[in-house]
Ligand binder design. Structure first.
Ligand code: ADP
Ligand code: MG
Length: 544
């Protein structure tokens, strides 16, 4: 199902130095089981995982997915693969702190364009051993439980492959074990690829360990198959005979009968025998690692089904990381729209042990969100597969009037020209690192609106520097949120990056949005609580 051939990836740094992150890696992955990508920091593990998941582009070689070579892929094949076949789990939990566990899963389901039912939420919670936790807030959970909520979110699309980059990196070893137990269980039916630098975890849990150093595979070992199949039984049996090992249940004392059995076994195997005490841990195993034999791996690939993507690559990371930013992220907006719908029309009180509509509504109210972005999406597709399409479905003046009338709230329209509204070319005005732009900062603006003093007052916005534009063509005022991006990233002018510390540092400067240039004349505060997003503004990839 998944294979790489001579995969190469070169990173070019700004100074023109090339880093060979992957030097021609060929791997044939099994259809299921737990495969570890092991190696020191910088060895290329994350690079390999990102390429395997279609999150990044390779420079040479190919990836064969369900019998189709990536050479014959176009972008929509990749989008389809990533959004349908692969579930991602990162070191940071990808859990929305503001919402209950159940709401987190409900949102993931709605993002798939399906309606979340309590049955589905409960069934997914059971898969990650979190039944009964639906009403908890993430801050009432341990790190290991939070990570399992992230796994639950990844399971929503029922992926055939799960990819996890250092999923236990932020956890102590005990909670890390719970996460691996869950991944181990899932690997009975799915291919689970885990990036780790922890050899002990890899040896305890892995069915196969592929070790990388400097972008090369230096070792590829698999656990002897017979042992793997038997290991789950260790909880029931006091004694187990596996190849050249006798495994004794922890705490069990041998009887005379056992001694006879072992002696008989010794006669039969005709080799040295190891006696081991089994780890209590259900997922653990006592198998021995042997050199991987990829010729045993046989695929039964049915045709690669191209499913139109709901999440273009641009948004794939952002979704996990974004929470409810005050910024245009199409799918987040769909969620918000659902929320508004829930808030207004959710009078139905369904029975069952978990009620997601009530919980979602309560979550919004509890977290005191005073601002929301609304956009128009239209449901397309047939009964079996449908999704919310926002592209090109703009709100008309009439729509706006209707929303304001029906909600009693005061939404204002945003004009979005038909082009990408990136801030500079990132290189010209804003020098955000890749990770930052995936996080809470604005690497593009949502659109333009007209503001005057009356509107400022109405919305309780305040000018915090400069003044409102007076109608000159290219004058513009920015929201504080956009200012924060420049504060984080600096203002780039030619080769120089100028540090922006104060609001006034940005006033008077020329910035590029999309293909046009504007002069910043003022900055206004929109009362967005940026602190809510501060956890998202760090380095997404963690430290290795
Ligand atoms: P690991 O996950 O094993 O720690 P990575 O795959 O992240 O390693 O990195 C492999 C190598 O590629 C390292 O030398 C790293 O510095 C380099 N690298 C990774 N990402 C980038 C990037 N975006 N730009 C330049 N070099 C990078
Ligand atoms: Mg890494």
């Amino acid at each position: 199902m998944l294979e790489t051939k001579n995969l190469k990836k070169v990173y070019k740094t700004k100074k023109g130095v090339s880093v060979n992150a992957l030097n021609g890696v060929s791997i044939k992955f099994p259809e299921k089981g737990l495969v570890f990508l092991l190696g020191k920091s910088g060895s290329g593990k994350s690079t390999l995982l990102n390429l395997l998941g279609g999150l990044d582009k390779y420079d040479e070689g190919e990836i064969i997915i369900k019998g189709v070579s990536s050479k014959d892929f176009n972008q929509s094949h990749f989008d389809s693969y990533r959004n349908t076949y692969v579930g991602f789990i990162f070191q940071e939990y990808n859990v929305l702190e503001e919402f209950t566990v159940g709401a987190n899963i409900a949102l993931a389901i709605e993002l798939q364009g399906r309606k979340a039912s309590d049955e589905e939420i409960n069934s997914i919670l059971t898969k990650v051993d979190l039944e009964g936790y639906g009403d908890r807030k993430p801050n009432e959970l341990s790190g290991g439980q939070k990570q399992r909520v992230a796994i639950a979110r990844a399971l929503v699309k029922n992926p055939q492959i799960i990819m996890a980059d250092e999923p236990t990196g932020a956890l102590d070893s005990k909670t890390g074990k719970q996460v691996l137990d869950t991944l181990k269980k899932l690997s009975e039916e799915k291919l689970v690829i885990v990036v780790s630098h922890d050899r002990e975890f890899a040896e305890t849990y892995g069915d196969r360990i592929i070790e990388l150093a400097d972008g090369n595979i230096i070792e590829d070992m698999e656990k002897s198959v017979k042992i793997v199949a038997k290991q789950r039984k260790i909880n029931e049996d006091n004694l187990q005979f596996n190849d050249t090992t006798v495994v004794v249940k922890k705490g069990y004392h041998l009887t005379e009968d056992d001694r006879i059995k072992i002696n008989e076994y010794i006669d039969r195997v005709n080799s040295n025998l190891n006696i081991k005490v089994a780890n209590e841990n259900q997922g653990g195993s006592t198998g021995e690692f042997v050199k991987t034999d990829e010729s045993k791996i046989k695929y039964q690939d049915r045709e690669f089904k191209l499913i139109k993507s709901k999440l273009p690559l641009k948004n794939a990371f952002k979704i996990g990381a974004s929470s409810l930013k005050h910024k245009k992220i199409r799918l987040t907006i769909t969620i918000l729209l659902s929320f508004v719908a829930f808030t207004l029309f959710a009078l139905a009180d369904t029975f069952g042990n978990y009620n997601h509509i009530k919980t979602c509504t309560k979550s919004i109210v509890d977290s005191k969100i005073k601002y929301a972005t609304v956009s128009k999406s239209i449901k397309v597709g047939d009964g079996t597969y449908s999704y919310w399409n926002e592209y090109g479905n703009y709100l008309s003046k009439g729509d706006l009037k209707k929303i304001n009338k029906e909600t009693g709230l005061n939404f204002t329209g945003v004009i979005t020209p038909n082009e990408e509204l990136t801030l500079g070319n990132i290189d010209t005005n804003v020098k955000l690192t890749k990770n930052d732009s995936y996080c809470a900062y604005a690497n593009s603006v949502s659109g333009f609106t007209t503001l005057d003093n009356k509107k400022l007052k109405e919305y309780n916005y305040k000018m915090i520097a400069g003044k409102l534009p007076e109608g000159k063509n290219n004058d513009i005022a920015l929201s504080e949120y956009v200012f924060e991006t420049f504060k984080k990233a600096g203002y780039v002018n030619g080769n120089k990056t100028i540090k922006i510390n104060d609001y006034n540092d940005l006033v008077g400067k020329e910035i590029a949005i999309g293909k046009s240039k504007y002069k910043v004349v003022g900055i206004f505060d929109t009362q967005v609580d940026l602190n809510r997003y501060k956890d998202l503004s760090g380095d997404l990839k963690g430290n290795s």
